[in-house]
Design a binder for this molecule. Structure first.
Ligand SMILES: Cc1ncc(COP(=O)(O)O)c(C=O)c1O
Length: 422
C-alpha cells in the first residue's frame, strides 16, 4: 500500500518530493494530539504545529463549514470577516502595529515584508541567518541556505552565522549576542559598500529553523540596535513561535523584548486552513500600498477568516498559551533528567523542545538522531530533527498537548535512546 502510494506520488507529482521517515506514514485521520494511519495504528503527534488547537478541532471545523455553506469570495467585496479578524489579531500586538494584509502562505507574507522594507527605505539589501528558512518564493528563497539558488546568491542578500547554544557564534555563550550583532553590522556595511543599501533584516525571534538555540530574553538587543542605527526595518517572522507556542508570551518578539516593524504569521493561524498575514504600522503599510499594487485572490476570503477567528477563540477559551507554559516546562524537565552519553543539551521554550546530540569526538551525532526519530516513529510517536547538522530532536506538538502526552513521549524516548546503537 505505502509502496503503491510512493510510486503514484513519483509518477504524478514528480521526483524529490519530501516525505518524513524511512517508511513514510500514510495518515488518514486526526483528532486533538492523535493521528491514525491507514492500518488503524494510532500515533501521538509531537511534531505538527499547523493543527495548533488540535487536529480537526470541532469549533474550527464548524466555523469553516458554516461559512463555506454561506459565502466565499475575495477581498474586492466588502465583508466583516477580515475586519473582525484584523481587529482581534492586532489587539494581541503592540508597537503601533494595527494593519494587516492576509495571504495564504508564510512565504507570501514574508515576500510582502521584504517589499515593505524596500518601499520604506528605497534600498534593496537584506540580511538573514545562514541556517534559516523563510519560504519558497523566488525572492524569499534567497534567504535560505537549504538549496543554493541557480546562478548563486544575489548580491543584495547577506547571511550571518546563526546563533547556536552548543557552538556559540564568537566562541562563547556570554559574548554571543554581541558577536551575532557584530556580524549583522558587518553585513550592513558590506551591503552599503556594494551600493545595495540596507533595507532590513528578517529573523525568527526563536530561531526555530536554526535549531531553536537556548537564548535569554534581550539576546537580540544589540542586533536590533545595529539594524535601527542603519535605518533598516526589523522583519519579524512569527510563523513558528507565534500564537502562544512559547507559553510565556503570545509572540516571540515579546519574549525577546524588541519592537518589530513588520510581523509575519502563518502555519498555526487557522489550524490547517491555508492562511497567513503580514502585519505592520500604518506608515509602513501606506508606503507599501503606494509602491506596489497588491491583491491576493484567496487571501482574506470569508472562509479563511472564519477559520482564523475560530482558531483564536479556541486558543483563548482553552487557555492554550498557559498550557504551553506548564506542559512545556514539564517536558523540558523530563528531558533534562534523561542521561545519555551523546546528549549535548536539552532545550526548549513552551511547546517547542528537543535534545541535541554530539559524538564523543565533537562531531554532530546526525545519524544517531536520525535513528532515534525512526525509533520513535516505530514506537508510535511522531517527531523530527532540526539544526545545521540535523542532530537535534524537534518536538512541536499541537497546543492541547498535556503532561500525560509528554510522559508517553518521554518514556518512549528513554527506551529508544537506550536501544539505539551509538
Ligand atoms: C519560519 C518560517 N517562515 C516561513 C515559512 C514559510 O511558510 P509557508 O510554507 O506557509 O510558505 C516557514 C515554513 O516552514 C517557516 O518555518
Amino acid at each position: 500500500m505505502t509502496t503503491d502510494l510512493m510510486a503514484r506520488r513519483a509518477r504524478l507529482l514528480g521526483p524529490n518530493m519530501p516525505t518524513f521517515y524511512d517508511e513514510p506514514v500514510h495518515i488518514v485521520k486526526g483528532e486533538g494530539v492523535w493521528l491514525w494511519d491507514a492500518d488503524g495504528r494510532k500515533y501521538l503527534d509531537c511534531y505538527n504545529n499547523v493543527p495548533h488547537v488540535g487536529h480537526c478541532h470541532p469549533h474550527v471545523v464548524e466555523a469553516i463549514a458554516k461559512q463555506a455553506a454561506t459565502l466565499n469570495t475575495h477581498t474586492r467585496y466588502l465583508h466583516d470577516g477580515i475586519l473582525d479578524y484584523a481587529e482581534r489579531l492586532t489587539k494581541t500586538l503592540g508597537h503601533d502595529i494595527s494593519q494587516m494584509i492576509m495571504v495564504c502562505t508564510g512565504s507570501e507574507a514574508n515576500d510582502i515584508a521584504l517589499r515593505m522594507a524596500q518601499a520604506v527605505t528605497g534600498k534593496t539589501g537584506f540580511i538573514a541567518t545562514d541556517n534559516t528558512y523563510h519560504g519558497n518564493t523566488a525572492t524569499v528563497s534567497q534567504l535560505s541556505t537549504r538549496r543554493p539558488p541557480i546562478g548563486g546568491y544575489a548580491g543584495n542578500i547577506k547571511l550571518v552565522p546563526a546563533p547556536d547554544s552548543v557552538r556559540p557564534v564568537g566562541g562563547d555563550l556570554a559574548g554571543q549576542a554581541q558577536a551575532f550583532a557584530d556580524h549583522v553590522a558587518a553585513a550592513i556595511a558590506e551591503l552599503e559598500a556594494a551600493g545595495h543599501g540596507f533595507a532590513g533584516m528578517m529573523l525568527c525571534p526563536s530561531f526555530a529553523n536554526e535549531g531553536f538555540p537556548a537564548l535569554e530574553p534581550g539576546f537580540l538587543d544589540p542586533t536590533i540596535a545595529a539594524i535601527r542605527a542603519a535605518g533598516g526595518l526589523v522583519l519579524c517572522d512569527e510563523v513558528q513561535p507565534g500564537f502562544g507556542r512559547l507559553g510565556s508570551h503570545f509572540w516571540g518578539h515579546d519574549w525577546q523584548g524588541f519592537a518589530p516593524d513588520v510581523v509575519t504569521v502563518g502555519k498555526p493561524m487557522a489550524n490547517g486552513h491555508p492562511v497567513a498575514a503580514t502585519l505592520t504600522r500604518p506608515d509602513i503599510m501606506a508606503a507599501f500600498r503606494n509602491a506596489f499594487g497588491y491583491f491576493n485572490t484567496f487571501g482574506g476570503n470569508p472562509v479563511s477568516c472564519a477559520a482564523a477567528l475560530a482558531t483564536l477563540d479556541v486558543i483563548e477559551q482553552d487557555n492554550l498559551q498557559a498550557n504551553a507554559l506548564t506542559t512545556g516546562h514539564y517536558a523540558l524537565e523530563r528531558m533534562r533528567k534523561i542521561k545519555h552519553p551523546l546528549k549535548a543539551e536539552a532545550r526548549g521554550r513552551g511547546l517547542f523542545f528537543g535534545i541535541e546530540f554530539v559524538m564523543h569526538d565533537g562531531r554532530p551525532a546526525t545519524e544517531f538522531a536520525a535513528q532515534v526519530v525512526e525509533g520513535m516513529r516505530k514506537g508510535g510517536v511522531l517527531m523530527n530533527r532540526i539544526g545545521r547538522n540535523m542532530n537535534t530532536l524537534k518536538m512541536r506538538p499541537p497546543m492541547p498537548f498535556k503532561t500525560e502526552h509528554a510522559d508517553l513521549a518521554m518514556d518512549l524516548l528513554e527506551q529508544v535512546l537506550a536501544d539505539t546503537p551509538l
